[in-house]
Structure formats: structure tokens, C-alpha cells
Design a protein around this ligand. Structure first.
Ligand SMILES: NC(=O)c1ccc[n+]([C@@H]2O[C@H](COP(=O)([O-])OP(=O)(O)OC[C@H]3O[C@@H](n4cnc5c(N)ncnc54)[C@H](O)[C@@H]3O)[C@@H](O)[C@H]2O)c1
Length: 448
């Protein structure tokens, strides 16, 4: 056990209202809003949310001490949340939730009143970046800087009109075409010049990120868009003392990968192939049907195995691993995605084996609690004066961002340990390393 000898964190209390603003008011966002409203009314339980249902062990095992996460760290409560968002479609959240067809009609009707009040602000949108959809509720401006200024004004207006003390932004809008960093993304100076000059390489999601950071609002990227990865935006987050994190909610198939793959590696089992395919019929699936947007998803989904099953560390086990990821748009399934994985592994003396995983999941049901936890933890991070990339939240993300030059951790269990120890650190509880040397008769060792 490592005693937490660091200075206790001075975390500002979670007083007043918290705005959770989502660019995108589609399936994930409306399932998040409706879920929180349903839980507040006692209509359902917040299953899948660590902030709402999780318990954290504290102290030595023999102490048998644990606390609910929400009682340990000062999180905003669900009653303090006010939702808002931007979308290219003008429908309010009640209409958008009906369109998304994730939740039962009865539940959506029961929540008609709070959901109808959430009307989308006009979006910053560019069809060059999302090709399969178009809508009328879009901002106009003479350049991208002006659009960022309009978003900043939206944030201020929303907070004022709703009496919010703080805000966080969680990107829940469509996946943009894959755009790796260019010269314009190198520094804050080049990026701001690019905004003024309408540089075509600057995407709408980067404009939202910039606007949020300029308002000192924590920003989370729930999609595979390249935004918080950009050095210029990381620089801005550090400069203005604001937390950022991303990218891409870790929900269905990739969530399973980061549970299963570490098991193979830990047991030194080889993997020669991992074929993953999905059918999905919601608007997200429609957008991902475009090769440019799919490329973004492919990149964020593919990184996981390369890092967990490292061919550099174990060339005999993973040197010839074939990893394929496919997503097919198939309307009859709606939000109820089906994922198949065929995994070719080999064991002792090289004998081959196969594993098949068939996950019939509900995409937005898995994503909503992840979005909620990220929003509440990012607000906590801001009150704890954490700035820049919040790697301790990698637990929730398919393509977590780490500080430049550092390897990314994808193993879900390791990510959870980091999250848990960060929460212990916040509250000056002992950090737990599960070593327990004293149990082997080592005098100077500690119990764990
Ligand atoms: N559902 C999941 O399990 C899951 C998991 C990981 C990541 N994601 C990502 O989360 C995002 C949302 O997924 P979803 O299922 O809710 O999709 P969705 O298509 O239902 O909703 C996205 C919404 O964003 C809007 N939009 C597009 N561009 C916009 C812009 N520039 N500004 C404002 N609004 C914009 C669209 O009109 C749409 O209403 C996607 O990028 C998806 O890849 C989802």
C-alpha cells in the first residue's frame, strides 16, 4: 500500500447548476438526457454509470471500508444538471428521442415535458466533414473564427438563461471525415490564423473545442473526430487551465476487446487474427457508411489491439496479427447494433483455437452512462484545477489521448485502477497497489 503523502487536493464544492451541453442531439444525447430525467423521477435506475452506482474500496482490505463514488468525491448531483445542445435539425429533444427510437415510446412520453424544453441551438456544420446528412439549423459567419465566437456567445447565453454556475461540453454529434493534423494545427497561433482565414483543414468539431476552451469549459470528445488530439488545442487547454479528454466513447465491440485482449496477453496466448464486423441501422450508422467518416472510426477502433497485443514486445505472439474492422449500415436494426468477432488464437506449442463473440447490444444504452460519467468527472477535474488531457478518464474511451510521447493504456482493468486511484488521491485516501508484502512474512511490507 502506498500512503498518499501528497498535499490534499483543494476541490471547489459542486454548488449551483451544471450545464451539460452536447454538440449533437441525436441518439446518444437524447438517451442521456432522458435517462437522467427518468432516474430523477424514480422511473429507472442509472445502470452502467460508475458515478451513480459505483463503490470504491478505501484503506486496507481488513478495514472492509468502501464508499459510493458519489459520496466520496464532490460530484454535481443529477438534480443540478441542466441539459442543452446544438444540432443541425431543429427538433427538440422529445422529438429527437422519438426519431432515435432507442427508448420505449411510453418512457419518452412520460418525459415529454422536460425533453421538449431542450431545443437545439444552431450548429456549426460543414458538409465537407459529414457527407451523409444535412439540416437547416446551421450558423452562418464570414469565417470560422466568427463561428467560434457565436458558439462562445451561445454558451454564455445558455448559462445565464439557465442560472448555471459551470458548464461542460460532451461531443455527441456525428463522426466527421478522418482529418489528420496539418500545419494549421501545429500551434495555437497557426490555428487561430486558420480560423480567421477559413482554413479548409479546420473541422466543425475543432471549432467547438476551441470555443469551449476559450470559455474555460471542459471539453470531451465522444466521437473519433480528431480534435482534442491536436497540439494547438492541447496547448490552449494547458494555457487556460481547462481539462480536455477524448476520444470516442468505449461502448460495444471495443469495450469487449479491451476486456478480452488483455486476458490473452496476460496468459501469453498468441493471436493471429481478429475479425470484427458490425451491423448498425441508426443515423450514426448512416454517417459511418461514408468512407471518410468510417476511416475515423476505423482508426479509433483499430489502435486498441495494436497497443494491447504489442508486436514489438511479443513478436512471436502478435507479430503477424491480422486485425480487420467493418461496419455495415443496415437500417432494420436501428440503434440495436450487432457485432461479431472471430478471434484466432494459439496456445501451448502453437496449437490453434477460435473464439466467437456475438454482442447484440444497444449502442446508445451503453453510451449514455459513459457520457454522464465523463461530464461529471470533467466538471470535478475542473474544480480540482486539473488542466489539459485527463488521462485518468481513459476508462471510458476507445482512443484515449495521452501526453505526447507517452504510450496509451487500453487495458480496461488498468484504466479502472488509474481512475480509482485518482479518486482516492482527490480525497487524500491511501492509493492501493494490491502488493500486500506483509502477508509473505516480509516485515517492512505493508498490508494491502
Ligand atoms: N452510440 C454509441 O455507442 C457510440 C459509441 C462511441 C461513439 N459514438 C459516437 O457518438 C456520436 C453520436 O452518436 P449517435 O448515435 O447519437 O449519432 P446520431 O446520428 O443519432 O446523432 C448525432 C447528431 O449530431 C448531429 N450533428 C452532426 N453534425 C453536427 C454538428 N457539427 N453540430 C451539431 N450537431 C451535429 C446530427 O444531426 C445528429 O442529430 C457519433 O459520433 C458516434 O460515432 C457513439
Amino acid at each position: 500500500m502506498t500512503p498518499n503523502k501528497m498535499k490534499p487536493m483543494n476541490i471547489a464544492p459542486a454548488t449551483g447548476k451544471l450545464a451539460i451541453l452536447t454538440p449533437g442531439m441525436g441518439a446518444v444525447a437524447t438517451t442521456l438526457y432522458a435517462g437522467v430525467e427518468a432516474v430523477k423521477r424514480g422511473l429507472a435506475k442509472p445502470i452502467g454509470s460508475y458515478t451513480q452506482m459505483g463503490r470504491l474500496r478505501l484503506g486496507k482490505r481488513s478495514e472492509k471500508r468502501s464508499k459510493m463514488v458519489k459520496d466520496l468525491v464532490p460530484l454535481a448531483s443529477l438534480d443540478q444538471i441542466v441539459f442543452g445542445g446544438w444540432d443541425i435539425f431543429p427538433e427538440n429533444a422529445y422529438e429527437a428521442a422519438k426519431h432515435a427510437q432507442v427508448l420505449d415510446k411510453d418512457l419518452v412520453e412520460a418525459l415529454r415535458e422536460p425533453l421538449s424544453k431542450i431545443t437545439p441551438m444552431a450548429a456549426v456544420f460543414d458538409r465537407e466533414f459529414v457527407k451523409r446528412i444535412d439540416g437547416p439549423n446551421v450558423k452562418r459567419g464570414k469565417n470560422k473564427m466568427e463561428l467560434a465566437d457565436q458558439l462562445r456567445q451561445d454558451i454564455r447565453n445558455f448559462m445565464k438563461q439557465n442560472g448555471c454556475e459551470r458548464a461542460v461540453i460532451v461531443w455527441c454529434a456525428s463522426t466527421e471525415v478522418y482529418t489528420p493534423p496539418t500545419e494549421v494545427h501545429k500551434t495555437l497561433k497557426t490555428f487561430e490564423e486558420g480560423l480567421r482565414n477559413n482554413d479548409p483543414a479546420i473541422s466543425p468539431s475543432q471549432i467547438y473545442t476551441y470555443a469551449a476552451l476559450m470559455e474555460r469549459i471542459p471539453y470531451t470528445n465522444g466521437s473519433p473526430n480528431v480534435s482534442v488530439e491536436m497540439p494547438c488545442l492541447q496547448e490552449l487547454a494547458m494555457e487556460l487551465g481547462t481539462p480536455i479528454c477524448g476520444s470516442d466513447f468505449k461502448t460495444g465491440q471495443t469495450f469487449m476487446k479491451t476486456v478480452i485482449a488483455p486476458g490473452f496477453r496476460n496468459r501469453l496466448l498468441g493471436v493471429s487474427g481478429w475479425y470484427s464486423t458490425n451491423i448498425l441501422g441508426n443515423r450514426d450508422g448512416e454517417v459511418l457508411d461514408d468512407p471518410g467518416s468510417f476511416k475515423s472510426k476505423e482508426v479509433s477502433k483499430s489502435g486498441v489491439l495494436g497497443d494491447i497485443l504489442s508486436k514489438e514486445t511479443y513478436p512471436e505472439l502478435y507479430g503477424d496479427l491480422h486485425h480487420v474492422v467493418r461496419i455495415n449500415y443496415y437500417p432494420p436494426r436501428g440503434d440495436n447494433k450487432e457485432g461479431w468477432d472471430n478471434i484466432d488464437i494459439f496456445g501451448w506449442l502453437g496449437y490453434p483455437m477460435q473464439i466467437k463473440v456475438n454482442f447484440l447490444c444497444r449502442d446508445s444504452i451503453l453510451a449514455a452512462p459513459v457520457a454522464l460519467d465523463l461530464a461529471l468527472f470533467m466538471d470535478l477535474a475542473a474544480r480540482a484545477k486539473m488542466r489539459g488531457i485527463q488521462e485518468w478518464l481513459s476508462f471510458y474511451l476507445k482512443a484515449p489521448v495521452a501526453k505526447q510521447g507517452l504510450p496509451v493504456e487500453h487495458d480496461l482493468s488498468v484504466q479502472l485502477l488509474k481512475l480509482e486511484n485518482t479518486l482516492r488521491f482527490f480525497t487524500n485516501e491511501e492509493l492501493i497497489n494490491h502488493l500486500g508484502l506483509v502477508h509473505y512474512g516480509i516485515d517492512e511490507g505493508e498490508e494491502c
